[in-house]
Design a binder for this molecule. Structure first.
Ligand code: F6R
Length: 610
């Protein structure tokens, strides 16, 4: 989704290269146009275009723009086509104020009509432009006073950074529902929607809260609320390295992130397993044993891949705790009239910690008096900060738009939670200890599953021309079928569907012919014999079967054209291994089709609009 970076310094450095570099670091979020505005001796000068940051770089080489402060943006179109005209920064009628905006202004139509009646001319079709005209008209001697006054009229979500020709070197930032953070340097300050944009320059960051207004100058920064009362905000240190957001020899971030999974699974587990007691050390949960014992219902919310992890989590948690679990799309949950049973624990799962629907679902659950915990990867993200407690995934930055390593770490975190809650809900010590040992073995097993890559690459060559694919699984591996299908469709644009294997005969079986690849997720578990029957049904109709099975347990040789064998683990943990060949298959098919794997069309990494 849209990305923001802003910079102000005392003149020791040019703003333009800093902004361009920051935009480059945000490219992974998905965008269609880019632009920057620099405060120069001649006022605010903008450069923008439809296309990539590389194009913007070429544009400023042709038409240089010099100054020590400025703002920049990558836009993912919502209101108005992805054209140069609609790209940010947006400017007022006299091109004295420039603004970049992430989020959506819900009352933009009404605001625009009123502003046009008052004589403003609009340059673009965007909702964001209303903000800059409101600031132009707002009362106040300082930019921050004008921004505060303008925002009074706004309904919607925003993270904004604004500059004004009258106050060179000053950047005003505001946040409501769309993440922005400040970066603190030595005689220079930054604003960004994502720490990746500024990590080349500083590790000290300040996360802003909703309602905050920040004022940055080369000398200092401060944060105020809408009544201009000063707010104190903690300064955090970013603990991950830039190396983690570099390709380091891999062709794509997705490939790198798939390959990293034995390390990321290890990292999610690190320091958390207590073998003697068969439990997990999860201090960040803020749940006492008595709190755990009191839980009568668990409700999981998330979107996309995180929702799939939640579906796996239902099996894990119900088996280990005997507590009933529901799993909901966050986008649906937030608009339902919630009937919350007492003693419900809500778990919000999100890699980014910024997904708007998941955040609102969390808030809805909290309003309905549920305790809320977050399973989040990005440290300090909004969901992490708004939860009562949580488990960080510690999977490192996930840059590829298609989520991979976050999924496996989410399942590991859910299993740790299962151990933790299971202890207070009667799960036998021996079972807890066995699961703790099985969890500890996972990094090694993931390495072995990753060794399937050459086989998977050959399969990808065979199926690269397919136009459709079915993914089938049962039990704890049905969500893996959904995830395999999602990976394929989002990066290769091949239509793919995931189904519970037995459900297939209630409709989708009509699609099967000798051109339809059918991927079965069939590790050796209690439903394996049933899955074999489902394979027979597909085989009888000429479907081309690829089966993910367990090494040395069960042979589907006569049924499947291809078998991908993963190492054995506890059935509940098998999704962490079965998903790996499916991630690799989607990746290699997409590469062979020449798709932009890390930046699939129409997708964004962090979906901060509903
Ligand atoms: C799919 C994918 C998305 C995300 C979804 C939720 O590969 O990446 O489906 O899983 O947008 O994102 P988070 O986990 O950041 O809340």
């Amino acid at each position: 989704m849209c990305g923001i970076i802003g910079y102000t310094g005392g003149g020791q450095r040019e703003a333009t290269p800093i902004l361009l570099r920051g935009l480059g670091r945000l490219e992974y979020r998905g965008y269609d146009s880019a632009g920057l505005a620099i405060q120069t001796d001649r006022g605010v000068v903008t450069r923008k275009l439809a296309g990539r940051v590389g194009g913007l770089q070429a544009l400023v080489e042709r038409l240089p723009v010099h100054g020590a402060s400025g703002i920049a943006h990558t836009r993912w179109a919502t209101h108005g086509a992805p054209t140069a005209r609609n790209a940010h920064p947006q400017v007022d009628c006299h091109e004295r104020i420039a603004l970049v905006h992430n989020g959506i202004i819900e009352n933009a139509d009404a605001l625009r009509a009123a502003l046009e009646r008052a004589g403003h001319s609009f340059w673009t079709d965007t909702d964001s432009e209303t903000l800059v005209h409101l600031i132009e008209d707002a009362p106040g001697d300082t930019l921050e006073a004008r921004v505060i006054a303008a925002l009074e009229h706004v309904v919607g979500t925003y993270g904004i950074a604004v500059v004004w020709a009258e106050e060179p070197g000053k950047i005003v930032v505001a946040r409501q529902g769309s993440p922005v953070l400040l970066g603190l340097g030595d005689g220079e300050y930054f604003v960004a929607s994502d720490a990746a944009a500024i990590l080349d320059y500083t590790r000290s960051i300040v996360h802003l809260d909703d309602g905050d207004i920040a004022v940055l100058t080369p000398e200092s920064y401060h944060v105020v609320d809408r009544e201009s009362h000063v707010q104190l905000r903690a300064v955090d240190d970013v603990t991950w390295d830039l190396e983690e957001i570099e390709l380091n020899g891999y062709a794509h971030f997705m490939q790198k992130e798939i390959a990293e999974q034995s390390e990321t699974v290890r990292s999610t587990l690190r320091g958390r397993l207590v073998f003697d007691d068969g439990t997990a050390r999860l201090d960040g949960l803020n749940l006492t044993p008595a709190d755990c014992a009191a839980i009568r219902h668990i409700n999981i919310v998330g979107c996309g891949t995180s929702w799939h992890a939640g579906l796996v989590g239902r099996h894990i948690l119900e088996t280990l705790t005997q507590i009933p679990v529901t799993v909901e799309y966050a986008s649906e949950y937030r608009y339902r009239r919630l009937v919350m049973s007492p003693d419900t624990l809500t778990i919000a799962i999100s890699q980014s910690g910024e997904t708007a629907d998941t955040l609102e679902a969390l808030r809805a659950a909290r309003a309905a008096r549920s305790r809320v915990i977050g399973l989040v990867n990005v440290v300090g993200s909004t969901i992490a900060r708004e939860s009562d407690g949580g488990i960080y995934l510690h999977a490192g930055p996930e840059i590829g738009v298609a989520s991979t390593k976050a999924f496996t770490s989410q399942i590991v975190a859910l299993a740790l939670l299962g151990l933790y809650l299971g202890r207070e809900h009667g799960l036998a010590l021996a079972m807890r200890q066995d699961l703790a040992c099985r969890l500890a073995q996972l990094p090694g097993l993931v390495t072995r599953a990753l060794a399937l890559e050459p086989e998977v690459r050959m399969l990808a060559e065979e199926f690269v021309q397919s136009r459709n694919a079915l993914y089938l699984g049962r039990g704890v591996n049905f969500p893996v079928a959904l995830e395999g299908a999602l990976k394929l469709k989002e990066i290769s644009y091949i239509h793919a569907e995931g189904y519970p294997a037995a459900e297939m005969k209630h409709g989708p079986i009509a699609l099967i012919d000798n051109e339809m690849p059918v991927v079965f997720v069939a590790p050796h578990d209690e439903v394996y014999p049933k899955v074999l029957s489902n394979m027979q049904e597909v085989k009888a109709r000429g479907g081309r079967i690829i089966a993910v099975t367990t090494e040395g347990r069960g042979d589907v040789g006569t049924l499947a054209e291809h078998q991908l064998r993963i190492p054995e683990t506890a059935p509940l943990l098998s999704p962490i291994l079965t998903v790996i060949p499916l991630q690799l298959l989607a990746y290699h098919i997409a590469v062979l089709r020449g798709c932009d794997v890390d930046r699939p069309r129409n997708l964004a990494k962090s979906v901060t609009v509903e």
